[in-house]
Design a protein around this ligand. Structure first.
Ligand code: C2O
Ligand code: CU
Length: 507
């Protein structure tokens, strides 16, 4: 396609080998922040095979910079998020050097009413460029926070203003989209909750949890719940209704989802990626697989006796739940013995069927097949395991070109042995089939679909938000090694470029 040609024309080789992922070496400290934070700044890729200047825009008169929300509205919520270094004590005597928004990781949970104009000023007090991407929110393109596509990474000492309407209620999150693997992994993320104008459920307690794995220097992941490696307690009373919002903010090589469940009472999954499910049934100790970037909203009622405990199993052992960290609701301590992991929650059979705007009978203007795989190769000048879309690594993966109103179907055909949580910016996927089989439960809308090894999903989306949007594996390690492409609307250009000239590398 046209853009592949443009990209190839812009690729320039310079020479040299690059090691990108060395930032966890706690002994290295170079910047002015070094006394506060021994994490070394993420390295901008340089050398042979690193693109110098790639422009992802289409020929056309509309620039991404013009795709903005208005400056004011009747309901406005303003926030300032300052990217800064900190030491995070995770409750077990361990202090991690991390990057934060406003001194904490997760950063502040932003809560807004549906329909509000959200205005966020990002201030950068770190020694390297950062951005903020509003994951799952259909923001105007200029607010999407992708370095080299919708803005330049915000330089040290500088700031950037994001404006968007929070039109869809639900559980969302935000994170840096410059060198995302290192920056988001290093702590630059937080949650964004949009409260519905007309609630579907009553809840007495609304609790949100980010599950994050910190990759230590020895490559041993440390799993935390809201930055605690210890068990958390939330005082609740019998009979109270609890809404528990979960997001997985980690990346790992295998991409194996974190499994979570509740012990002590039955529960419902009432929303996936912020979108309500229809007719959710009660579940009992069912393990919920949460891939990177996915969200689950759970609803349960506190029983008359005993606690309700959130437990997790991770990729090291998906058959047994961990003793800690855990989250205990109620006055008691967590149960002394935990159940075994039984068969996983299946989003394709859960809930009740209902009408959905997009479905298998919809007319699709275009269909795309994207094969997910991996192979030894080179990406951004490094040799190693690359993760491919149709056999290619970014920025040679091509584009999906759409026009406004187009209805597209995508088949994600995972031919690899890894899990790939595939995410499209600015839009929502309606899930059509899993391994060719139509869904039998509730309609499912997600922004991130977790495609297990050797399985496939068909999804559909309506092109209703003009701009240039990333489509990538949200396991940032995979994205960092090739697994990204663009969905580009005809006629939308960008003044920004990805590559060593600008220093913009979205992941
Ligand atoms: Cu959470 Cu490219 O996004
Ligand atoms: Cu992946």
């Amino acid at each position: 396609m046209l853009c592949v040609f443009v990209i190839l024309a812009l690729l320039i080789s310079v020479g040299g080998f690059l090691k990108l992922n060395a930032n966890r070496d706690a002994a290295t400290s170079t910047s002015a922040m070094s006394d506060v934070n021994p994490l070394s700044a993420p390295q901008i890729p340089t050398g042979s095979g690193v693109p110098t200047s790639v422009n992802m825009g289409m020929p056309g008169a509309t620039s991404v910079t013009s795709l903005q929300a208005p400056l004011t509205a009747s309901h406005v919520a303003r926030f300032t998020l300052t990217a800064q270094a900190a030491r995070l004590s995770i409750g077990t005597g361990v202090e991690l050097p991390v990057w934060t928004f406003n001194g904490t990781s997760p950063g502040p949970t932003l809560r807004v009413q549906q329909g509000t104009l959200v205005i966020v000023t990002l201030v950068n007090h770190l020694a390297f460029g950062v951005t903020i991407h509003w994951h799952g929110i259909a923001v105007p393109n200029a607010a999407d926070g992708v370095a080299g596509l919708t803005q330049d990474a915000v330089k040290p000492g500088q700031s950037y203003m994001y404006r968007f309407f929070a039109n869809d209620s639900g559980t969302y999150w935000y994170h840096s989209h410059q060198l995302s693997y290192e920056e988001t992994g290093g702590g630059l993320y937080g949650m964004l909750i949009v409260e519905p104008t007309t609630p579907t459920y009553h809840e007495d307690v609304d609790y949100s949890i980010a599950l994050h794995e910190w990759i230590e220097a020895d490559n041993q992941p440390i799993l935390t719940l809201n930055s605690s490696q210890k068990t958390l307690n939330e005082a609740t009373r019998p009979g109270q209704w609890v809404r528990l919002r979960l997001v997985n903010t980690s990346s790992s090589a295998s991409g194996i989802p974190t499994l979570v469940t509740l012990v002590g009472t039955h529960f419902k999954v009432i929303a996936l990626d912020g979108h309500d499910l229809n007719g959710p049934q009660w579940l009992d100790q069912t393990p919920l697989p949460i891939g990177t970037a996915q969200r689950y909203d759970l609803l349960f009622q506190m029983p008359l006796h005993g606690p309700v405990t959130l437990v997790e199993a991770n990729e090291n052992d998906t058959l047994h739940y961990l003793n800690s960290p855990a989250l205990v609701f109620g006055q008691d301590t967590k149960p002394s013995s935990l159940p075994n992991v039984k068969s996983w929650f299946d989003l394709t059979t859960y809930g009740l069927p209902a009408r959905s705007t997009l479905n298998l009978l919809s007319h699709f203007d275009a269909s795309y097949n994207i094969v997910l795989n991996n192979m030894e190769g080179s990406s951004l000048g490094r040799m190693g395991m690359t993760y491919t879309l149709n056999g290619r690594v970014f920025p040679n993966t091509g584009m999906i070109m759409v026009h406004e109103g187009q209805i597209s179907k995508i088949r994600f055909d995972n031919q690899s042995g890894f899990y790939h949580p595939m995410h499209l910016h600015g839009h929502v996927f309606t899930v059509l089939t899993h391994n060719g089989k139509p869904l039998s439960g509730s309609p499912v809308q997600v922004d991130t679909i977790l495609v297990p090894p050797h399985q496939s999903y068909d999804v559909a989306f309506i092109a209703n938000n003009p701009g240039l949007w990333m489509l990538h594996c949200h396991n940032f390690l995979h994205a960092n090694w090739g697994m990204d492409m663009m969905v580009a609307y005809t006629g939308i250009s960008t003044p920004f470029t990805i590559g060593s000239a600008s220093g913009n590398f979205p992941d």
